[in-house]
Design a protein around this ligand. Structure first.
Ligand code: ZN
Length: 411
């Protein structure tokens, strides 16, 4: 296999999680009587451009017909994050009713509705029908397609180039990063701005976030690598911000290569930090598997101890992260009886691979578990505050990543 960005042969494995079912393949009761498909889950690192990427395997297309769609608006903290971004960027770029904003992967309109409210013309691009309908109900126009060079060309021909193109948590999920980036270039007006948010590979390595790896998450990105991808497409990055979302993300600001915008100090400073943490040194990548294995071993050891001591463990959050973690650790319902999740679409289903039943959060009060393992550790605080009543019966919250631990009272 060759690198999806620079086409160099990929010779080095960053992480091998064995085989896993697609992370969004939640099972019905009837599915439990059928065989389940597992695919290799392995990341390679390119020693030329340092793009960390999933290994290709056959039948990848099968992964992309999920009947479960995630609605961004279900997370109140994400809505607040989107509103805050909108207020700042409108001011910073001086956007008004004559501007045009495109959001790629606009989901249920959680972000663009803020531009609609500010009377700034906008367009969402979203292939998933159910979320696109939700966005349209908020007054957001949506094109139901995948974004790339071909679609961007059509938009440009229709005079629909944008002053601002937003891509939040889509860049890491596109199979062809070069085509997507050429699309950004093509759909961007002269003088326009691109902002992309994606989880930062530097934090993934620092905090052993191996559970953020799943098949649909194709690329694991550093500023260094994204700068190279942008340059090849005729773009450049002029500013970067660090965000706390998803355990540590970057928001990059891009423009046409020949734009007159000055490059902010933040760009060099982050490139220097990445280099000082060894992001362009092979050994950094080769040491990661052992760190991931240690997290997995500690989780198993914790769950076995709870079982031996007769303590009941439930999980919170039937998210993709949880599926990667449970499947790599080989956890089954004997060690983790139930997982609760607020999303109605998941309740009554079973986690892929581990087959842990998914129930409504109200079950916490009925079951009264001794330990609630929060699988999406990035929202652990939010969950612990919302369900603090588990302390009434001596219950405790715990997380497994970056390290197995119970959460303190003062959360
Ligand atoms: Zn490469």
């Amino acid at each position: 296999m060759n690198c999806r960005h620079c086409n160099s042969p990929l010779e080095h494995t960053f992480l091998d999680l064995g085989f896993a079912p697609p992370s969004n393949a939640y099972l019905s009761k009837a599915d439990l009587t059928k065989p389940e498909l597992y695919y290799p889950l392995k990341l390679k690192v390119c020693t030329q451009c340092w793009l960390v990427q999933t290994e290709d395997y056959t039948q990848a297309d099968e992964l992309f017909s999920p009947d479960y769609a995630y609605f961004s608006s279900t997370s109140s903290s994400w809505l607040a994050h989107a509103k805050c971004y909108t207020d700042v960027i409108i001011e910073k770029l001086g956007l008004n009713e004559k501007s045009f904003v495109i959001e790629v992967a606009s989901n249920d309109g959680y972000l663009l509705k803020n531009f609609v409210e500010a009377d700034i013309p906008c367009l969402g691009i979203e292939p998933t029908d159910s979320t696109a309908v939700a966005a349209e109900n908020l007054g957001v126009p949506v094109i139901r397609e995948f974004f790339g060079k071909a679609l961007a060309r059509q938009l440009a021909q229709q005079g629909k180039q944008a002053d601002l193109i937003v891509g939040n948590n889509v860049y890491a999920h596109v199979p062809d990063i070069n085509d997507f980036t050429l699309g950004l270039k093509t759909a961007l007006k002269p003088g326009g701005t691109i902002t992309l948010e994606f989880p930062h590979l530097m934090r993934l390595i620092e905090y052993t976030q191996f559970d953020t790896v799943y098949h649909e998450h194709f690329s694991y990105l550093s500023l260094y690598t994204v700068s190279r991808v942008f340059e090849q497409a005729g773009l450049r990055i002029f500013d970067v911000e660090e965000l706390s979302t998803h355990g540590g993300s970057l928001r990059v600001f891009g423009c046409h290569r020949d734009d007159s915008k000055a490059i902010e100090e933040s760009v060099n400073s982050m490139l220097t930090e990445e280099a000082s943490r060894g992001l362009q040194v092979l050994a950094t990548y080769q040491e990661f598997q052992a760190k991931a294995d240690q997290v997995k071993d500690e989780l198993l050891s914790f769950l076995l101890t709870q079982k031996q001591e007769g303590r009941r463990v439930m999980a919170y959050g039937a998210a993709a992260k949880g599926n990667t973690l449970l499947n790599y650790a080989g956890v089954k319902p004997d060690l983790l009886s139930l997982v609760c999740d607020a999303a109605l679409a998941k309740q009554g289903k079973f986690m892929p691979g581990s087959h842990v039943p998914i129930v409504k959060p109200e079950m916490l009060r009925e079951v009264k578990p001794d330990v609630v393992l929060v699988l999406p550790w990035n929202i652990a605080k939010e969950v612990a505050v919302q369900h603090s009543y588990i302390r009434e019966w001596g219950g405790q919250f715990a997380i497994a990543v970056p390290k197995m631990k119970t959460l303190e009272e003062n959360l």
